[in-house]
Design a protein around this ligand. Structure first.
Ligand code: NAP
Length: 330
């Protein structure tokens, strides 16, 4: 089959129209691997691409989808052959290269990871970029000394993609997890996936005008930025770290140097996009092995191409809970 279905964003003046179209594989860019995409997932960045927000997609029309999991149909390299199951996240996929919201992608071999033992294609997309980023954050925090005995760990944007996987993973690794949420009706969900305490988003904003707050957290996974991020930095225990990976509240940080020079704390940067493929592959293996998350299916919110547009509106409104998993077979 050379024709395939794809989600399609077209720009007309300043409006971005969404549709589902039929494309031909000959229209895809050159690349080492032609992949039949079986699953993708919905990430916040896909919402930004679908609505023409600056800094994501330069040229339209375009098919978003920064995640894809599927089967190699054609390969021009020795490392992969037809029939191999692969996962691709980040790099330029879904940014300016047609992404996982289509049934076919053509990509450089250097963007692909063999599907790790222990995960199905669908499970790899329940994780997707969001889950991978949660794991990357926990991995870096542990590299900087975070341990379960070092105090509770705070996760912000906790019902979202990165947040919900972070809560589950940390809880499974033996951490006491406190979860910040703006969704009063999702406290039960957060407790079910492993949070022991829930912090209302408004409470997480308290104290923004104070230079330091009570030492509380042994680590923080922050997905939101802004005042919540820096309040969390001001509440880190001596020598502890915050992993900053998101900006749904704000890309700004209202910072002073005080927590850094008085409490020896660390602000750690997290980037899943350009992380070298060797490191991506190693962390994917861990997610299929030692860090395989029990009950991951709890986070799955299945969707088809026809439901994607509504999902995009939900994720941009901050209303998503768990992970939107797109199934692409006909
Ligand atoms: N650095 C990287 O490599 C990387 C990778 C993946 C994602 N990200 C970034 O991480 C962030 C989260 O991505 P995601 O896919 O998890 O998105 P998501 O599923 O939409 O989750 C974001 C969550 O943040 C909370 N939230 C929304 N608006 C907020 C606001 N104004 N103030 C405070 N909290 C708010 C909501 O959770 P509650 O209602 O529970 O508070 C929402 O569900 C995004 O900024 C994304 O671009 C970065």
């Amino acid at each position: 089959m050379s024709a395939f279905r794809a989600f399609w964003i077209e720009k007309a003046d300043d409006a971005f129209a969404r549709s589902i179209i039929s494309r031909d594989v000959d229209e895809l860019p050159a690349g080492d691997l032609l992949v039949e995409v079986r699953y993708s997932s919905l990430n916040y960045k896909d919402g930004l691409s679908a609505t023409g927000q600056p800094g994501v997609t330069r040229n339209y029309p375009h098919t978003p989808g920064i995640d894809a999991a599927g089967v190699v149909l054609e390969s021009s390299v020795d490392a992969f052959g037809p029939g191999d199951e692969v996962v691709a996240i980040g790099f330029d996929l879904g940014m300016n290269t047609p992404g996982g919201f289509g049934q076919r992608i053509r990509i450089p071999a250097g963007w692909a990871t063999p599907l790790p033992t222990g995960l199905s294609l669908e499970q790899s997309m329940i994780l997707g970029t969001a889950g991978f980023t949660a794991a990357l954050s926990v991995d870096k925090l542990e590299t900087f000394g975070m341990t379960p005995s070092g105090g509770p760990v705070l996760v912000t944007g906790a019902t979202g993609g990165v947040g919900s996987v972070a809560v589950m993973l940390l809880s499974q690794l033996g951490y006491t997890v406190h979860a910040v949420t703006g969704k009063a009706h999702q406290h039960g969900f957060l407790r079910d996936i492993g949070a022991t305490e829930i912090v209302d988003r408004e409470a997480a904003l308290d104290g923004a005008n104070r230079p330091l707050l009570r030492e509380t957290w042994g680590g923080v996974v922050d997905t939101v930025g802004g005042d919540i991020l820096f309040n969390a930095v001001k509440s880190l225990r001596y020598g502890a770290s915050l992993a900053a990976c998101g900006l749904v509240a704000s890309p700004m940080i209202p910072a002073t140097v005080l927590p850094f020079i008085l409490r020896h704390v660390n602000l750690l940067g997290i980037d899943s996009v350009e992380l070298p493929i060797e490191r991506k592959t190693a962390l994917w293996r861990k997610l299929g092995g030692d860090w395989k998350i029990d009950g991951l299916d709890t986070l799955k919110r299945p969707m088809r191409l026809e439901e994607l547009s509504a999902g995009i509106d939900r994720i941009l409104a901050g209303e998503m809970v768990g992970r939107g998993v797109l199934q692409l077979d006909d």
